[in-house]
Write a protein that binds this ligand. Sequence first.
Ligand code: FAD
Length: 1010
Amino acid sequence: FRAVIFDMGGVVLPSPFPMTKEYELNKKIPAGTIWKTIKDYGENGAWPKLEVGEINAEEFGTIFSEECSKTACEKIEVHDFLEYLEIGMKNPITEVLDAVNCLRQEGIKTALLTNNWIQGDGKSLLPFSRNHFDVIVESAVVGMHKPKFPIYNYCLSKLNVKPEEAIFLDDMQPNLVAAKSLGIHTIKVDDVHIAINELEHQLNVPLTSATKGTRPVRKEMQFDVASLTAYLNEKLNMGFTHVPEIREFSHGQSNPTYLIDYGPNAKKMVLRKKPPGKLLPSAHAIEREYRVYNVFNRIMSALGQHGVKVPPVLDLCDDPLVIGTPFYLMELGNIYKDPSLPGMNPQSRQQVYKAMVDTLCSIHKVDINKAGLTDYGKHGNYVERQVNIWTKQYKRSETHSIPSMDRLMTWLPQHLPTNETTTVVHGDIRIDNFIFRRDTPEVVATLDWELSTLGDPISDLAYSCIPHFLPVNFPIISGLKGVNMNELGIPTHEKILEMYCEKMNLHQIDNFDFYMAFSFFRVASILQGVFKRSTQGQASSDKASATGKLAEHMSDIGWSFASKEGFKLFNKMNPTIGGGATRKYSSRAGKAKCGSVFVRSWCLAVYTRNKLKSLFSALPQSTQELHSKLECFMTEHVLPLEETFSRYYSSDKKWTPHPELENLKAKAKSEGLWNLFLPNKEYGAGLTNVEYAYLCEIMGSCLYAPEVFNCSAPDTGNMEVLSEFGTEEQKQKWLLPLLNGEIRSCFAMTEPKVASSDATNIESSIVEDGDNLVLNGRKWWTSGAMDPRMKIIIFMGKNDPNAIKHQQQSMVLVPASTPGVKVMRPLTVFGFDDAPVGHGEVAFDDVIVPKENMILKAGAGFQIAQARLGPGRIHHCMRLIGSAERSLQLMKQRVKSRVAFGRALSTRDTILRDIATSRIEIDQCRLLVLKTAHMMDVAGNKAAAKEIAMIKVSVPTTVSRVIDRAMQSFGAAGLSGDFPMAGFYVWSRALRIADGPDAVHEAAIAKREL
Ligand SMILES: Cc1cc2nc3c(=O)[nH]c(=O)nc-3n(C[C@H](O)[C@H](O)[C@H](O)COP(=O)(O)OP(=O)(O)OC[C@H]3O[C@@H](n4cnc5c(N)ncnc54)[C@H](O)[C@@H]3O)c2cc1C
């Protein structure tokens, strides 16, 4: 063979098949619609036209949406399908590019033969350097596609080889059949690793490069190579005169790891050393890690039947003079870094995970007495000791307050396991700590024993499940959350538990959530240590700084497990135990004794079985996952830009949205963090108000965040109006671009001349003129009017001043560009102009719009305003809780680090009282908001009117107080633009008037009470 031809999707890039299924699931499109459409339409459909470049991505979106709609017999919108695939397919499978490299080094020609498409930016889809291949044939560029013969012949001619001299790898059978009939040898790719193996056999050429996963050694990680060479020659009799090539492994945070390569005929070695600089005690115990290897080597030779596999250690050098720190050397093997095992088929993935569990069991089954390991660690109370160690470690490296970490440090010691067993524990079980054989998914060695000791084996098991709860692409530890595990063949964490219990002969593990909470706590503590070191410039990875910030995310997940475990324990508790008398009344919405004075406000007899989900852990798993995804997104992408945005929106460019905002929006959208507010499943996330409350709170922690997720006012309210009351045409024209985040909108009701808290006062007019409506009036406080992206206004005016009081008003859609619409000036709140959204004064002078722009019907203005304001008010309150929570968090950090009159502020009684009061008030507000959200969910907005009014009054006032205390604790800085509190304060104060003044709502509450 002289040439190898590779397909792209499913061979060089991840396969689009599982992504398509995911996409259908996310978008609630009937399963299988997309591939059925492609198949049914065949050569006449949009897909082949896209592949040969006849239509572009945008045209494809339109035609393909129609085709899919016909297939599914319902309206289907797939405009962003290609974008979704492009994101999922952006990372090439390194093993394949590695193989391509090796082939070229052996003088074998390589080609990429792909059916691809031209993306929105006009470039073809090819997310890696063209230099990888000798020849690249793209269907969208050459205007031909597989499985038609001409494109194969074209590729062969470019390679200048005969069909029988080439091997072709593809995952699609029809493409392979066509190639075979031309005389090309074919390999079907179901599992990239197996396919590469087959290719290796066919060609008899090694196809993995040793430098995989490595990079040149970073400057701060360099050491004296000459000294190492001299040492190796002396100690290991290397017998080479030349200096080896040294590269650094890119993964791994704690101990820097290097590849030592003497060239083709020598064993490749791995060197692990301590990082430079002063370290926390007990971390980076290289000598200990080495000792364990030796012990295990001993065990292995003595007790081969245990089958624990560790890599043979070649040497330990504890002389710091050789390369600056102690180090050890071992042989190189094959490691999978990504737990989703890209490029493997489901069966192999299953086997890899099974091999991991089996190896874990073999470690836990080692007889410590027979192996002479009784002194390898203390016996019993392992978890308790570990909790102490990691608590101390965390406290030593604490840089700021992490509330969930504080809670875990209290909770874990109170819930320790009572029936621990003692075995050898590894302490860092994850897929990338195993070396696998290349041809079969068999473990040949287990790495990273530096945390091993005698201890509780379930802690290892729980630790191995951490990736199951982290998002894909999570820094440092890639996650599996959101991945379709069933489809990929990856066992769920429950399945892993089951496999383990079966092999270890255990019935079940009752308190597994405790172990998960403990595992996340430990990772959080480790990451905090990495972060602390990064602030001192000693981290062993340049990603360390970003990693440390993830400590908070990890501890939050830990806390969610603790809550779950706590809830389980609570449910099991006998109500009479612990002095707990049976409760006379309930704080849950449910059937209650009507008539009792205590229960009246909770008496929601019509919705008996719906219990209020006041515990986060009671939310559906999918919402909990959205929650952690959102939090992660905020930490990684939004909060780092907060200061930039704040500075920008105070500059003279402020009325033009910051360019980075659109990128953030695109990213959030691609991650499914989009239109979360909209309960309507057709257009939005379809969450209940209670579910959204938890998410909205996160968004409220930064003033710039809601827009990133297309969840900001006034667009949210306007989108709800359009989705509920708009005609099909109005939806197409205005709702869809709003849902896509392409345009913005505003709501013009309040007028300068009349008290508009009473909207029956408004004087703007709507007059019919043939097929048109003519609008006149002056509005102010029209939020969003200043924004250059604002394209549509919902205008409220009177169309019939003689009708009954609440039917005189109507709402009309007015495109912002309509002649006669004039934005006069931006208004300010305490001097804040809220750029680029702004609150404008707007003149409407003889504005003419077609009659079809009326929303719902003439006279329905009040009805629509009421429907709009309910959800709008609760969203404001949910966000305010996020602002309060963040203010309190900042306050706690500040008072711990600020010293006045010789003492930290955090020791002052007044500060302690302020913190306590704020905590109480925030939690009170949150519960009232959740109750209101719950009532809206189960009984409707109308039934919840009193509760909506109550939170509308209570939350802004209370939150203003919380923020005020936080500002006070910061001194002058609290009032400045350097921190977000001043902005939060202005907004919370404004909300006592916006959405209707408090007095109006108080009157409504009192009336209902009376
Ligand atoms: C930041 C911000 C954004 C806004 N965004 C928008 C928007 O996008 N679109 C829009 O149309 N409007 C918007 N508004 C306007 C807002 O809805 C009105 O300001 C509000 O309804 C009050 O109307 P008003 O200012 O005319 O006060 P008025 O109606 O004149 O009331 C003044 C005061 O009278 C008292 N009062 C009124 N009624 C009663 C009562 N029944 N009992 C006792 N006392 C009473 C209260 O103290 C009240 O504050 C916004 C306002 C702000 C501050």
